[in-house]
Design a protein around this ligand. Structure first.
Ligand code: NAD
Length: 382
């Protein structure tokens, strides 16, 4: 299958591009390298040293014999995107290419506007490009479990049956996102649903949980293929961030009471979920939603698990509750459905102590790269 991986230079996109290429798909990466520029803006970095995209794909060719084509450019430049569609004629478009940090979107007006313009308009351009150049192309769009927020009822997969004044309907599940970034994803979902309805586009919205880990079988083949890992207060996500704090002997910092419960999955499952979606395309005009996670944990629970594994590795760290920079429920109900990907064959890699140990050992290997001032939150929601 001819597959475009937009955002293929990023944390989820790079291992996905390698994995799909290994499975024999004809993979093309589209990326504007914005994430690398944001590292410069924030004076931050990936824990693992990452090679340039050019060197990455050259090394992949050397170790696998397979070619991944690259287009460096922005989804918001429609002329560029049109040319990519004309040349590649994609059968699937995997869309990771968005600004994905909630704190980054909350820095100030400028960053909120950038996030929503980049994400919502970029996605709208992709929808138009599919309509214009590749109407059969299956859009596989990365959404987030954060679109749903934390309602006091079970979270369904995209839709919920409602009975109201004696009548019934199946409606989009209510969305209560917690940042301007998460809102951009909700806006995307609405635009995709509408485009499916009016133009007959086929789309799958993957409402992904928080991704942890870094290695996949393919990224481990050579240091030049290494994946990026974020640990800072802006882009570092819970678990990866806790593990990196433990690696440098920093307190593991939990926001507020730590009762916030979130859905998680291993990066090795991200790549497989995308493959499953690609191999089982949505029907024409169908807007399909999969909840892409394997387990959920409270952040306090995760912090304690990291502390335990770190101790076994000879590292003493404390779990410390700090003032919550976000505005969110710290004590809430959480029960989310995730059966659709499992039904299509996903076999989860669950979070074991060995998985935590493996990420910790990688962090320890590169701990000199960790910029200590960056591990605490610097952005508040107020
Ligand atoms: P990332 O920032 O590491 O990668 C995103 C990539 O997209 C970067 O390489 C960036 O340069 C590129 N990009 C951004 N805007 C672009 C544009 N306009 N044109 C072209 N390229 C552009 O992020 P990630 O962690 O790999 O996340 C990928 C996707 O998965 C995002 O959409 C994110 O919202 C979603 N997601 C991620 C997580 C997670 O835990 N990492 C969880 C849920 C959902």
């Amino acid at each position: 299958m001819r597959i475009i991986v937009a955002g293929g230079d990023g944390f989820c996109g790079w291992p996905t591009a390698l994995y799909l290429s290994k499975q024999g798909h004809d993979v093309t990466i589209v990326d504007n390298l914005a994430r690398r520029k944001i590292d410069d803006e924030l004076h931050s970095n990936s824990v693992t040293p990452i090679a340039s995209l050019e060197d990455r794909v050259a090394k992949w060719k050397e170790v696998s014999g397979k070619e991944i084509k690259t287009f460096i450019g922005d989804l918001n430049h429609y002329d560029f995107l049109s040319e990519v569609f004309r040349q590649v004629e994609p059968q699937a478009f995997v869309h990771f290419a968005e600004q994905r940090s909630a704190p980054y979107s909350m820095i100030d007006r400028e960053h909120a506007v950038y996030t929503q313009t980049n994400n919502v308009m970029g996605n709208l351009n992709v929808l138009y490009a599919i309509k214009e150049f590749a109407p059969e192309c299956h859009l596989i769009k990365l959404g987030t479990m954060g679109e749903y927020g934390t309602p006091n009822i079970d979270i369904e997969e995209g839709y919920i049956e409602i009975e109201h004044k004696g009548r019934k309907d199946v409606l989009p599940y209510p969305k209560q996102p917690g940042s301007f970034y998460h809102l951009s994803k909700v806006h995307d979902s609405h635009n995709i649903m509408f485009a499916c309805k009016i133009w007959g586009i086929r789309a799958t919205d993957l409402n992904q949980g928080i991704v942890y880990g870094l290695h996949t079988e393919e990224t481990k083949l050579d240091p030049v293929l290494a994946n990026r890992v974020d640990y800072d207060g802006v882009f570092g996500t819970a678990l990866n961030r806790f593990i990196n704090q433990a690696a440098i002997g920093h307190n593991i910092t939990v926001y507020g009471s730590g009762g916030q419960t979130r859905a998680f999955l291993n990066i090795e499952d991200t790549v497989r979920c995308v493959e499953i979606a690609a191999e089982n395309p949505a029907d024409k005009g169908e807007f399909r939603v999969f909840n892409q996670f394997t387990e959920w944990f409270s952040v306090q629970e995760l912090a304690e698990r990291v502390q335990k594994v770190a101790k076994e590795e000879g590292l003493e760290t404390q779990v410390k509750q700090i003032e919550n920079p976000r505005i969110e429920n710290e004590d809430h109900y959480y029960n989310a459905v995730n059966t659709k990907l499992r039904d299509l064959g996903l076999e989860p890699h669950l979070l074991t102590d060995d998985v935590i140990r493996d990420i910790l050992r990688t962090a320890l290997e590169h701990k000199d790269r960790i910029i200590v001032e960056n591990v605490l939150p610097s952005i508040t929601w107020k």
